[in-house]
Design a protein around this ligand. Structure first.
Ligand SMILES: [Zn+2]
Length: 378
């Protein structure tokens, strides 16, 4: 019999003095019940008397379906199977899969909010990629989404972009926003990123123009003009880049779709950038974009409204984010743990972006993405 302190269950009652804590010897198992996935416990907190089921605050709460099946559906989402096919393969309704996705998304959001903050990030790559949201054309068929990418900056119905900010030093996805290609979305991405990193990092992007104004909107100081003593309206203050702000662009010159040259353009903070000695680039994020394209499928189902599809795309990408950050070990981050020179003898310690950034110290099981309960550090 396990000791009460070993249940690893924090008290879920926010008013309890042991809320969010473990190893306080306050949690006991008061009964068990059978589910399709096996025996589950009902716990009680001896401090506040609140009782709660083992699956409370997890994706599996009150679901009749076997956990294995729910996990299978969610894993399939991450290996490019669309919702229609997942529903068919698992003999469930598409709405059921979307409901599970919604729960997984909410848990992912919770994980992001709890764990992504005050990150020691000095470099951020920004990019936006054209996404899978398809609208119906007049004849009721889905558009061919490959041919729709035209680089236009106008928000068109049917064109959605997945905006990503990325910390290349840890391969960590900082933020994802799904939205049109506009200043407003750029600003949301900057605000999201700035809110979770310490200090002012260096920002790098491609030549897309929206970022500079968005960065300036977020990181600026006002330059006030002194009164001249002359008559007339004084000059309005202007926004100047924050002295620590570094922003540089990678501008790709193309001729007939072929890359013919790359130039760098430092928009602000050249001095600080030189001092830090960073290379200007967005290649890590470009690689990530490819990974996302290989992982997530267009959502399928023609009858879903456009806004519902956009909503579901957002849920998919945020779920992908926590999977990528915490449960997927990264080849380039792994650490050698043997000193053998024989390559067949080499042993490696797998590492996730979350571990590289010091947020967690182990590779999460897939299930943990769906059952994570935050435990307060004492
Ligand atoms: Zn309690």
């Amino acid at each position: 019999m396990k000791q009460a302190s070993d249940w690893n269950q924090p008290c879920p009652n926010k008013k309890c003095v042991h809320y969010g804590q473990v190893n306080q010897k306050n949690i006991i198992s008061i009964s068990t019940y059978m589910t399709q996935s096996g025996k589950r416990h009902i716990f009680q907190c001896k401090t506040c008397n609140a009782s709660f089921s083992e699956t409370r605050d997890t994706v599996f709460f009150n679901l009749k379906t076997k956990e294995e099946k729910v996990m299978m559906a969610l894993k399939m989402i991450l290996v490019k199977v669309n919702i229609t096919r997942i529903a068919f393969a698992l003999a469930v309704k598409e709405d059921t899969v979307l409901f599970w996705l919604d729960r997984a998304y909410k848990k992912a959001n919770e994980i992001n909010l709890l764990l992504l903050n005050e990150l020691p990030v000095t470099r951020v790559e920004l990019d936006e990629m054209w996404s899978f949201v398809r609208r119906k054309t007049n004849n009721g068929e889905a558009e061919n989404f490959d041919s729709t990418e035209d680089g236009s900056s106008e928000p068109k119905e049917g064109q959605q972009w997945t905006w990503i900010s990325f910390a290349p030093d840890y391969r960590l996805i900082l933020g994802i926003i799904v939205g049109p290609r506009t200043f407003k979305t750029a600003l949301s991405l900057i605000a999201l990123t700035a809110g979770i990193v310490m200090g002012v990092p260096c920002y790098f992007s491609d030549g897309f123009s929206c970022y500079y104004n968005a960065l300036l909107e977020y990181y600026h100081q006002l330059k006030v003009f002194p009164k001249t003593g002359k008559q007339g309206r004084p000059k309005d203050p202007v926004k100047e880049p924050h002295p620590d702000l570094v922003y540089a662009q990678v501008i790709k010159e193309k001729e007939e779709g072929r890359l013919i040259g790359i130039t760098h353009r430092i928009r602000c903070g050249a001095e600080r950038l030189a001092k830090l000695g960073f290379n200007i680039g967005t290649s890590f994020l470009e690689r990530l974009n490819l990974t996302i394209r290989q992982s997530l499928a267009p959502l399928g189902r023609k009858t879903l409204s456009f806004s519902k599809k956009r909503e579901n795309l957002k849920k998919q990408t945020i779920f992908f984010q926590v999977f990528y950050n915490f449960a997927r070990s990264h080849m380039s981050l792994r650490e050698e743990i043997s000193d053998s020179t024989d390559r067949f003898q080499k042993r490696w310690r797998p590492k996730t972006p979350g571990m590289a950034a010091g947020i967690t110290d182990y590779v999460w099981e897939f299930r943990e993405l769906l059952t994570y309960k935050h435990i307060t550090d004492l």
